[in-house]
Design a protein around this ligand. Structure first.
Ligand SMILES: [Zn+2]
Ligand SMILES: [Zn+2]
Length: 387
C-alpha cells in the first residue's frame, strides 16, 4: 500500500523547459538541490564554495561552472582557484588572479529574454584556495574576498589576515586528504588551532567531492567551526555525480532569512549550515533538524472502516531520499521498521492499533542525516494539517 507522488514531485521541484531540452525532464528536475523553507520561515539555499576552472588546475572555462551551478539549482557558487598552483599558466597566463571570477560573473548575468536555467540568477562569489604543499597548513579557502592578488604574498597567517581584512569567510579544505595526511584521519594541528583561536579560520570541509570525514565533523563540533560540504570540482559535475540516478553534487545548505549574498555570508559566519553529501545531511543538530522538519511531514487520515488501522502519508518535499527508521511505539501494518521515502514524493503506510488518530505521532530516526559522527537525527512528527 504505497504510492509515489510523481505529480507532487513535479510541483515541489519544478520543471524547467530549457533545462529539460538539454538534460531530459527527469534529470533537469531531480538534479536541482531545492529544499523548502524551514518552519520558522528561513530559506534553505544550496551553495558550492569550492570550484576550479582552467585558471588553476580545472578542465573547463569558468562559464561551464556557472551553467552547471544553475542546473543544480545553486543559489551561489564560489570560484576558488589555487593561488600557488597554476599548471595552466603557460597556456593561460593571467596576472590578475581575479580573472576567473570576472569571467564567471559575466557568464552569470541574466539576459532579459532568458528562460529556464539561463533565466535563473546565480550569485558568483570571489574566492581563492590558499595552497600549501604540506600539512600544516594544507589547503584553505577564502571566499567573499575582494582581491585575490593581494592574498598572494606572505605565509598562511598573513594571507588569512589579508583575506579577513577583505571580509572573507575562510575554511579548512579536505583536512583528511591522503596526499597530505597519509592516514586519511583528519587531526587538529597547532597551526590550525592558532588560526581558529585568532578567528582567522571559520569553517571546515566535512565533505569534499566523493569524500567525507567523521574526524573533520568532530573537529567542527568541538571547535564551533562552520560545517561545509563542497564539490571541489575540477572536471564536470555531470561526470562525477549520478545525476540521472537522482544524485547531487556535494554542497552546503545555507539557512538564512535573507536570500542575498550578504545573507549567505552572515549564515556562514553564524554556522547556520548543513553539508549535503551523497544525499546525506550532516550538520549541527539544530540546523539538520530545521532542514528535515521543513521538508518531511506526515498527514494522518481517517481509520480504515470499522478498524483502528490508520493510513498516514509521509511527505518528502526535499530533493534527497529520506531513509527512516521507526523508533516509536507504533507498529506498522504494511511496512518494516526501516523504509525510504523518495525525494519529492509521498509514501503511505498503515499504522495499526491507533486508539485516537488525532493524538498520533510518529518518531523516526532519519538514517541519512547526521548530527554528529555516526549519530542520526531523531524527531517526532505529528499531523501537519490537523482537522
Ligand atoms: Zn585543495
Ligand atoms: Zn580545490
Amino acid at each position: 500500500m504505497r504510492k509515489l507522488g510523481v505529480a507532487a514531485a513535479a510541483i515541489v521541484l519544478g520543471i524547467s523547459p530549457i533545462a529539460a531540452a538539454h538534460d531530459g525532464a527527469a534529470i533537469a528536475r531531480e538534479r536541482r538541490i531545492a529544499f523548502p523553507k524551514t518552519m520558522d520561515g528561513r530559506s534553505v539555499l544550496a551553495v558550492d564554495l569550492h570550484t576550479h576552472s582552467v585558471f588553476s588546475d580545472g578542465s573547463v572555462w569558468p562559464d561551464i561552472r556557472v551553467e552547471e551551478a544553475k542546473r543544480d539549482g545553486l543559489f551561489a557558487m564560489a570560484v576558488s582557484e589555487h593561488l600557488e598552483y597554476q599548471p595552466h599558466a603557460a597556456d593561460i597566463p593571467h596576472p590578475d588572479r581575479n580573472r576567473s571570477y570576472q569571467l564567471a560573473s559575466e557568464a552569470a548575468v541574466v539576459k532579459p529574454d532568458s528562460q529556464g536555467v539561463a533565466g535563473r540568477p546565480l550569485i558568483v562569489i570571489n574566492g581563492t584556495e590558499i595552497t600549501k604543499v604540506v600539512m600544516p597548513a594544507g589547503h584553505i579557502n577564502a571566499v567573499f574576498i575582494t582581491d585575490a592578488n593581494a592574498i598572494r604574498t606572505g605565509d598562511v597567517t598573513t594571507q588569512l589576515k589579508t583575506a579577513n581584512a577583505q571580509g572573507a569567510f575562510t575554511f579548512w579544505n579536505h583536512p583528511y586528504w591522503h596526499a597530505q595526511t597519509p592516514t586519511g584521519v583528519a587531526a587538529m594541528t597547532p597551526v590550525h588551532a592558532q588560526l581558529i583561536k585568532d578567528k582567522l579560520l571559520h569553517g571546515i570541509e566535512v565533505a569534499n567531492g566523493a569524500d567525507i570525514s567523521d574526524e573533520a565533523f568532530r573537529m567542527a563540533l568541538d571547535n564551533n567551526l562552520t560545517i561545509i560540504g563542497t564539490s571541489d570540482v575540477h572536471g564536470l559535475i555531470d561526470w562525477e555525480y549520478d545525476l540521472a540516478g537522482g544524485g547531487h553534487r556535494t554542497a552546503t545548505l545555507i539557512l538564512t532569512g535573507a536570500e542575498t549574498s550578504e545573507g549567505v555570508k552572515t549564515a556562514l559566519k553564524a554556522g547556520a549550515t548543513v553539508a549535503i553529501y551523497n544525499d546525506n545531511l550532516a550538520g549541527k543538530k539544530e540546523n539538520v533538524e530545521a532542514v528535515v522538519r521543513g521538508s518531511l511531514k506526515i498527514d494522518v487520515d481517517a481509520p480504515l472502516p470499522r478498524t483502528s488501522v490508520v493510513p498516514v502519508s509521509v511527505i518528502n518535499e526535499s530533493p534527497v531520499d529520506y531513509i527512516l527508521e521507526n523508533v516509536g511505539h507504533e507498529g506498522f501494518y504494511d511496512e518494516g521498521h526501516v523504509f525510504t521515502v523518495k525525494a519529492g514524493s509521498t509514501f503511505t503506510l498503515l499504522v495499526k492499533n491507533v486508539p485516537d488518530p488525532s493524538k498520533l505521532n510518529l518518531t523516526f530516526k532519519v538514517l541519512n542525516s547526521y548530527i554528529a559522527p555516526r549519530e542520526h537525527l531523531q524527531l517526532t512528527l505529528s499531523d501537519s494539517t490537523p482537522g
